[in-house]
Design a protein around this ligand. Structure first.
Ligand code: FAD
Length: 393
């Protein structure tokens, strides 16, 4: 158990996603207590999101500071970094085999979101997280504190408020009028369970990692997860309200799959198997982003981390890494300025703005390229030029 001095001001973190959990854990290791308020009634991270790759320079640095790097390295999947890029005729443009190229010791190991959250939760002091606390309103008080109003009727007052509550943050409106924008991309999430046993040909085709089939401004993306499923994202450049206007009954998977197959009718049959073989419920996701380089008005008692601060499209694989890196920078800034949270926020925000705007730019560039004309060929060229730059160094 961490001992906490009586004078410590109250720190409230909204959201127990990867960002909020990493922040609470690093603070705890610095002897600083916080309370994490999570809207879900219990941990539901297993139900949300697929495999993430955790980068050495950001996510892994945060895990190191949280004392979890060794355990992470033990459970992460270093051998599942294969990457294939194809067009709609299944012509292959990129075929990276992580085992052959790095002996299975890549720098971007994979971990499922739920497993990552379990790892972070394991070492947090009991009672740090309050489940069933959905923030509905945060009210600034004259003394600089913030009053938190929760849907369950509770009201709490804290000195430092950190919004780690994702893309649709309820904390963000305290700092800015800016809001997220629809990126133009809608993703339909499907699951092929036990792919190796149930559909060995498709599992072999997908290989151990990711498969991106891109053409006609759309995509079928496959991603092997740690529990043996292939998570599939049928991705479409469509109007924001397409989910409603398409008339596809996404709550009736059998019919919805037929309708989705119609949208990819001239695509290779094996690529269409990614939709045909899917079981389970279908999830729909509109992809949102904040403006690149977005900054808010400085407030000495409130800040944001992760998607709440800079939600970006998932096409540079940076979202979770940025959330954890923000958590690291903010926790260390608070630890350096224990009596002056206002200074801690200034130090953190300066670094975060510089770092995240570069990543947001990269993500946006990747998104545009992935759904442009001849996308498979362009992505292959881009990867080739990265490879040549790397070899020249
Ligand atoms: C389809 C898709 C694929 C992705 N793939 C990748 C990838 O490959 N690599 C990658 O790095 N990133 C990826 N991302 C992005 C990544 O999932 C996010 O960037 C990351 O989860 C952000 O972490 P976070 O902690 O900031 O927010 P979140 O993970 O969104 O967590 C926010 C938490 O706050 C809680 N919350 C929300 N509102 C409230 C409230 N009012 N009161 C209390 N609690 C609240 C939520 O329940 C949740 O637990 C992907 C995203 C999508 C949509």
């Amino acid at each position: 158990m961490t001992t906490v001095s009586k004078e410590q001001k109250r720190i409230g973190i909204i959201g127990a996603g990867p960002g909020g959990l990493t922040l609470a854990l690093i603070l705890q290791r610095q002897g600083i207590q916080s309370v994490v308020y999570e809207r879900e009634l219990h941990d539901t991270s297993h139900e949300r999101g697929g495999t993430l790759d955790i980068h050495e320079e950001s996510g892994q640095r945060a895990l190191k500071e949280a004392g979890l790097l060794e355990e992470f390295q033990r459970i992460a999947r270093f051998e599942e970094e294969d990457f294939r890029v194809l067009d709609k005729n299944a012509k292959i443009y990129v075929d990276e085999d992580s085992e052959a190229e790095s002996g299975g010791a890549g720098t971007r190991p994979e971990i499922d979101r739920g497993v990552l959250c379990d790892l972070l939760l394991r070492d947090l002091d009991q009672g740090t997280i309050k489940y069933g606390y959905k923030l509905v309103k945060a009210v600034p008080l004259e003394n600089g504190m913030t009053e938190l109003h929760f849907e369950n009727g509770t009201v709490d007052t804290i000195d430092l408020l950190i919004g780690a509550d994702g893309a649709f943050s309820r904390v963000r409106p305290l700092l800015t009028d800016a809001d997220v924008d629809y990126s133009g991309l809608t993703m339909i999430e499907l699951n092929i369970l036990n792919a190796a046993q149930n559909h060995p040909e498709l599992a072999a085709f997908n290989k151990r990692g990711k498969m991106f089939a891109l053409d006609d401004h759309k995509g079928i993306l496959g991603q092997l997860n740690g529990d043996g499923r292939i998570k599939v994202y049928a991705s479409l450049k469509v109007e924001r309200n397409w989910l409603e206007t398409s008339g596809i009954p996404f709550d009736q998977p059998k019919e919805a799959k037929e309708r989705l197959l119609d949208l990819f009718s001239d695509w290779d049959e094996q690529l269409k198997d990614y939709i045909r073989y899917a079981e389970d419920a279908i999830l729909t996701r509109r992809i949102y982003m904040l403006p690149i380089g977005f900054k808010w008005n400085y407030n000495p008692g409130v800040t944001l981390i992760g998607d709440a601060a800079h939600v970006m499209s998932p096409f540079a694989g940076e979202g979770v890494n940025m959330a954890m890196y923000d958590a690291l920078e903010l926790a260390l800034a608070i630890a350096r300025n224990r009596d002056d949270y206002a200074k801690a926020i200034l130090e953190y925000e300066e670094k975060m703005y510089a770092f995240s705007s570069v990543k947001a730019q990269e993500s946006d560039y990747s998104l545009q390229l992935t759904f442009s004309d001849n996308a498979a060929a362009k992505l292959a060229e881009l990867m080739q030029s990265f490879q040549e730059q790397f070899e020249d160094q």
